[in-house]
Each structure stands twice: as C-alpha cells, then as structure tokens.
Design a protein around this ligand. Structure first.
Ligand SMILES: NC(=O)c1ccc[n+]([C@@H]2O[C@H](COP(=O)([O-])OP(=O)(O)OC[C@H]3O[C@@H](n4cnc5c(N)ncnc54)[C@H](OP(=O)(O)O)[C@@H]3O)[C@@H](O)[C@H]2O)c1
Length: 276
C-alpha cells in the first residue's frame, strides 16, 4: 500500500468507491475489500449506503484506526445548519464518532461558499472529521474555498482517468498542498477496450483497468475504483507490484482530452464543470 500526504493527512492511495453499491452486497464488498488489504472506503450521504459501509467495516475485523473513511455532504445540505445536521446523520448511519475525511460533495451556487466552508471547518474543529476537503470544485472555487477556510483543505475529489485532462485542477491543488482523489478512475469500465492501455498492460501482465489505476497513482492521485465483483476487488488492488516507464506514461497521457468527461451528470443541480 502506498499513501499520499496532503496538508497533514496521510491517505491510502487506493480506496473502494461505493456509489451504486447497496444493501447486503455493499456491506459484504466493503468487508471483503478490507480483508484483502484495502484501507480506504469512499461513501456519501447521497449513496444511501453509509449504514452498510459501517457494517462492512465492523464485520471485517480491521481496527477502525487502520481504515480511512470518507463521506460527503450532498449539495442540498450546504447551508450551515443543514450541513451540521447532515454530517451528524452520516456519522449516526456509519456508527462512527468521526470520519477521516469529510467533503463538500458538489458546489451549490445558491448557498454562499463562506457559509459552507465555515460549516465544514466547524465539523473538523468539533472532532467530527479528522480532515476536510471538497469535490467537483473548479480552479476558481478551490481558490475561493482555500481563502475562506480556517482549517487546511486536503483534497479535491474530481473525475479523473486517462481520457480526461485535469491538469488545471491538479495544478491548483498542488499550489495549496492538496491531493487529488480520482473518481471514476477506470472511466466507469470504459477503460477496458482501449488499445493503448491493453498493450501497455500486456507488457506487464496487467489488465487495462490496472494500467489506468497505476497511471493515476504514478501521477500522484488517490484512486477509488468501484466494483460489485469480488475478483475485481483483488484485480484493482494489485497495482503496487509494477511501474510504468516514462514512455508508457507519455503514451497514456496522450489519450487525455479537455472534454473527456464520461460521467453523465444529467439532472444533477449546480454542476459547474471543473476547469482544465
Ligand atoms: N465525488 C463525486 O461526485 C463522485 C462521482 C462519481 C464517483 N465517485 C466515487 O468514485 C467511485 C468510483 O467511480 P465510479 O463508480 O463512477 O466508476 P469506476 O470506478 O471508474 O467504474 C466502475 C465500473 O467499472 C466496472 N469495473 C470495476 N473494476 C473493473 C475492472 N477491473 N475491469 C473492468 N471493469 C471494472 C464496474 O463494474 P462491476 O461492478 O461489474 O465490476 C463498474 O461498472 C464511486 O463509486 C464513488 O465512490 C464520486
């Protein structure tokens, strides 16, 4: 396992994404992931699975202190009072006294950012979150949030995989000592058919998905792939026993496109596309 350091946080470089995992399947997958070595789980109030994430954590037998748990406050709950309530409800569902990382899931232009960032910092000061950060924030929003925050922001969680160029957001995070958590790191499965990734993978005895995850980790990201299949839990975790060469990294970087988003945000309010 590798770790990424960011403004005082030490974050496992791979975590299990849990979007769309529900019920017993979710609890079981979280338990299995922890048993095979994952030490970082990504959830959110909007995923409606925090209860099951907590169950999986307890069933795994892994010490609470050894696991990095992230949750996120949804965009409808960014006014101060709602934010506090949503955070406490997340902790109740998880049956935890604190999360390791609490994120603003999505910016909301109708709520002053100062209120939301103030509430986020308050959650850290109250001991409900060890670290705090943002998600889906543009360069401009990162700059604004950093100015408003009285506590260090440690990450921006954004869509990032080989098909998308996130160099501007990455540079903004670097300027402020923040790490980038790459969500949809295997492009929701679309990575598997890519010829460049398959060819690079063949040279290392690895799959295209493993190459995508390894590429992002070598770029300094934290990756949170999601799978509902136990065999893929192990596949996605097996990315620390090989390294991509400079030429391979360049070949994969060439796949990136400024408009390379693949996540469909139709219907989601207040989306402000990250600048690149
Ligand atoms: N902050 C945000 O706004 C935000 C937005 C999106 C996602 N996220 C977080 O990021 C996590 C990951 O993103 P994601 O779920 O959108 O997409 P992803 O992890 O890139 O892809 C998941 C899809 O890829 C398939 N898959 C997984 N491992 C595979 C492998 N080794 N080979 C081939 N296919 C594979 C899965 O299918 P099977 O289940 O069949 O394996 C699933 O359909 C989420 O679960 C969530 O925790 C955050």
């Amino acid at each position: 396992m590798e770790f990424v350091e960011a403004n005082g946080a030490t974050i496992p470089a791979i975590g299990l994404g849990t979007w769309e995992l529900r019920g017993r399947t979710c609890a079981w997958l979280v338990e299995q992931a922890l048993r095979i070595g994952y030490r970082h789980i990504d959830t959110a109030e909007i995923y409606e699975n925090e209860r099951e994430v907590g169950e999986g954590l307890r069933a795994s037998g892994v010490s609470r202190g050894d696991v990095f748990i992230t949750t996120k406050v949804w965009t409808d709950h960014l006014a101060r009072r709602e934010f506090v309530r949503a955070t406490k409800e997340s902790l109740t569902r998880l049956r935890l006294s604190e999360v390791d990382l609490l994120l603003i899931h999505w910016p909301n232009a109708r709520i002053p950012l100062a209120d939301t960032v103030g509430a986020l910092c308050e959650m850290k000061n109250a001991g409900l979150a060890r670290h705090i950060g943002v998600s889906n924030f543009t360069v401009a929003l990162i700059e604004e949030a950093v100015k408003l925050a009285t506590e260090p922001l440690v990450v921006d969680q954004v869509e990032w995989h080989p098909f998308i160029d996130q160099s501007k957001v990455r540079a903004a995070c670097r300027r402020h000592g923040m790490a980038v958590i790459a969500y949809s790191p295997i492009a929701k499965g679309q990575i598997v058919g890519n010829d460049v990734l398959k060819k690079v993978g063949a040279a290392h005895g690895k799959t295209a998905a493993q190459v995508s995850l390894r590429f992002l980790v070598q770029e300094g990201a934290i990756v949170i792939p999601r799978t509902s299949r136990p065999e893929r839990l192990a596949e996605n975790f097996a990315i620390f026993d090989f390294a991509l060469s400079a030429d391979e990294m360049d070949a994969i970087r060439a796949l990136a496109h400024p408009r390379g988003r693949i996540v469909d945000w139709t219907g989601a309010p207040q989306w402000d596309e990250p600048e690149r």
